[in-house]
Write a protein that binds this ligand. Structure first.
Ligand SMILES: Cc1cc2nc3c(=O)[nH]c(=O)nc-3n(C[C@H](O)[C@H](O)[C@H](O)COP(=O)(O)OP(=O)(O)OC[C@H]3O[C@@H](n4cnc5c(N)ncnc54)[C@H](O)[C@@H]3O)c2cc1C
Length: 459
């Protein structure tokens, strides 16, 4: 017979979401076990450098990085039009950090709070008791292990290891994430750069591309692309052709990030899901560390109450759904629905939008990065209307593009509205889901068509 362990909570995945959740729950006095299928020292090494806004450290109670973990502190971000004739800069202090070191630091905090973190422990099956998830079966180099727990938390990243093993019910989407809902990120650190080059973070929304400081004296040149690694590499080649500088490619790194609408529910009996496993990535950048922390904070609160009264039912865990979806989930639903229409705008039209006042502004970009909302000054927006009319008359903007953006805006607004009214109780979930699903199926069709055509174009 295999080994057995018991805990209040078992967390699957020792990435940033799993460690942060376990750490915060352990601080409230619960016994947490974190299971990680890889060796802990390897986590994050396929990514290397990553970004986190400075404000996030205070917001989530994580101490600032020091030593080799902190690669750079960046003050500004610049957004460029496709022809690079227009750009605007906004101040947003961002830390560029070494991902493996950051994860190891979080694991250290978790251990200090009493969390047991097991490496090379891959969850392969689930344990059930009277309709409640009551633990996981684990494969380890020493043999099989069973971890019994009152609550099982899926923080296993894009694999969604637990969610995908759950039985199909109307309460939870169990299908693993597919290629059409995944972005491949491809990044190259460059050095010895010559040519027209700007410091800090530079984004090119027309390419889903960017360049930013990397480890040492390197600059990371990266893109995100749906479909395959080949498509991402080809998109990167096109991006590089457009850049006004050259450099020596040091290596390449990358990985996959979910690019999917928010799921419809994050809980079931004895179960919670968070992080990339619940596609909590920012729809405009794919970043997912702090957006998952936002969910973790809510989940810790809800799990604490449920564990305290020993009621881990779907109903008892439901407030995690309500609080998450009515706020960040609703904002992400809006952006995830609207972004594909925006990135599908032609380069010339995007250049036009950059050139008119009131559309792409410093304030709106900062609000998007920090609050995940599209905010605009009414007076400025009114000014933009007259420019848009002139653009239509001067053929700088096609009526079909304007129509497509307006349609996307209406659908995105309707989705946000529905998520903001996420049902208080599971009884009303079925009706809510039918309504929201109807709008998503219209909205997502556009996203799939656009990215499929882009992938075809890239061969
Ligand atoms: C190239 C790249 C660059 C990025 N840059 C940024 C950035 O600058 N800023 C930012 O905020 N985000 C960035 N992201 C996104 C960010 O990395 C993710 O959103 C974040 O790591 C998600 O954390 P997570 O803990 O939910 O999942 P993960 O970090 O994927 O952790 C999940 C863990 O679960 C483990 N696991 C999986 N299956 C099992 C199983 N069956 N049993 C046990 N363990 C299992 C995995 O091995 C993994 O360690 C980037 C992503 C990529 C790919």
């Amino acid at each position: 017979m295999g080994k057995k362990l018991e805990a209040d909570v078992v967390v699957v995945g020792a990435g940033t979401s799993g460690c942060y959740f376990a750490l915060k729950l352990a601080e409230r006095g619960y016994r947490c076990v974190v299971l990680e299928k890889e060796r802990l020292e390897m986590l994050g090494s396929h990514i290397g450098p990553f970004h986190m806004e400075e404000v996030a450290f205070a917001r989530f109670g994580v101490p600032f990085p020091e030593g080799n973990e902190l690669l750079h502190v960046v003050k500004n971000s610049t957004m460029w039009s496709p022809n690079r004739n227009s750009s605007f800069q906004f101040e947003l202090k961002t830390l560029v950090m070494d991902k493996p070191s950051f994860i190891q630091r979080l694991q250290g905090y978790a251990r200090d709070s009493g969390v047991e973190v097991l490496e090379q422990a891959e969850v392969t099956g689930l344990m059930w008791e009277r309709g409640f998830l009551r633990g996981v079966r684990v494969s380890t180099p020493e043999g099989e292990l069973e971890v019994a727990a009152r609550l099982v938390v899926d923080a296993s990243g894009i694999d969604s290891a637990v969610r995908a093993l759950m039985p199909r019910t109307r309460w939870l989407e169990t299908a693993p994430i597919n290629d059409r809902d995944t972005f491949i990120v491809y990044m190259e650190p460059w050095r010895n750069i010559t040519g027209e080059f700007y410091p800090d973070i530079n984004s090119f929304p027309g390419f889903q591309g960017w360049y930013a400081p990397g480890p040492g004296d390197t600059t990371i040149v990266g893109v995100g692309m749906m479909g395959s690694a080949e498509a991402a590499k080809k998109r990167h080649d096109l991006f590089v052709e457009m850049l006004p500088f050259e450099g020596e490619v040091v290596s390449s790194t990358g990985g996959r990030v979910p690019y999917r609408r928010p799921p419809y529910s994050l809980v079931d009996n004895g179960f919670m899901v968070m992080g990339d496993a619940a596609y909590m990535n920012k729809p405009f950048s794919g970043e997912g560390v702090t957006s998952a922390f936002t969910a973790c904070v809510i989940a810790v609160d809800v799990a604490d109450r449920a564990l305290a009264v020993d009621d881990l039912s779907r109903e008892s865990l439901w407030p995690y759904n309500v609080r998450y979806f009515r706020d960040q989930g609703a904002k992400f639903a809006f952006l995830m629905s609207f972004m594909p229409a925006l990135v599908a705008v032609s380069d010339e039209e995007l250049d036009f939008f950059f050139s008119i006042p009131g559309v792409m502004t410093e304030e709106s970009s900062r609000a998007l990065q920090l609050e995940y909302e599209v905010k605009g000054d009414i007076k400025e927006s009114l000014k933009a209307v007259s420019h848009i009319i002139k653009g239509l008359a001067g053929r700088q903007l096609r009526p079909s593009t304007l129509f497509s953006l307006a349609r996307a805006g209406v659908l995105a607004g309707a989705l946000k509205n529905l998520y903001e009214r996420f049902p208080d109780h599971p009884v009303d979930f079925g009706r809510w889901m039918v309504r929201v699903d109807r709008i998503w199926s219209r909205s997502e069709r556009f996203k799939y068509e656009y990215f499929s055509s882009l992938t075809r174009e890239l061969g």
